[in-house]
Design a protein around this ligand. Structure first.
Ligand code: FMN
Length: 174
């Protein structure tokens, strides 16, 4: 039995940076969600799903949802990557939306990712512009942490990735 495999989905590279850091810390294999067949996980004790957060959804989480019967007896963890600084309330909200029913018990961790509006695919850039427009009409005191991050990152290129975000996951993995 091999130790662990990371199944990941990263559009803009933030999640991929954490995958690389994790692989340096642990001797894990990694595969993109789009190329992952659940049968390969049979060889591993630990499966970690890493995915960026887009409009409050964790990319790739369907891999766990669809294959939960085959994965449930393994050590499972989710590491999600967003633009927002860590905020307990916002993180609990992400967990509630993405890890429902049987998936509620899965350990979930958070890291801050990257932001480069110029590099975004057209649909994402358009969506972000629309979001920024609607957020700009709200009262600043009502904004969610990720909404504030979205406004302050507007037009900038940001990389907030930091290995400190992996510490809780590494502690969990032991
Ligand atoms: C269309 C879009 C929606 C996003 N929605 C959120 C969000 O709801 N919460 C958040 O914290 N970050 C959000 N982000 C920021 C991404 O999570 C961040 O860029 C992260 O690095 C994405 O992972 P990746 O770099 O691996 O693709 C969004 C980014 C895009 C492009």
């Amino acid at each position: 039995m091999k130790e662990g495999i990371i199944v990941y989905r990263s559009k803009y590279g933030g999640t991929k940076k954490y995958v690389d850091m994790l692989r340096e810390a642990k001797d894990f294999d990694a595969v993109e969600v789009s190329k992952a067949d659940v049968r390969i996980t049979a060889q591993y004790n630990t499966v970690i799903l890493c995915g960026g957060i887009y409009a409050s959804g964790i990319a790739g989480i369907s891999f766990i949802r669809k294959n939960y019967e085959k994965l449930k007896d393994k050590r499972l963890a989710v590491f999600c990557v967003g633009a927002s600084p860590y905020d307990e309330k916002a993180f609990n909200d992400i967990k509630r939306r993405n890890l429902k029913n049987d998936l509620k018990e899965i350990q979930c961790f958070y890291g801050r990712g990257v932001w480069d509006q110029e590099k975004m695919k057209f649909a994402d850039r358009t969506l972000c512009r629309l979001l920024q427009k609607s957020i700009s009409k709200k009262d600043a005191s009502e904004l969610e942490p990720w909404e504030k991050a979205l406004m302050s990152a507007s037009g900038k290129k940001c990389d907030w990735t930091d290995e400190k975000y992996l510490k809780p996951l590494l502690d969990f993995l032991g």
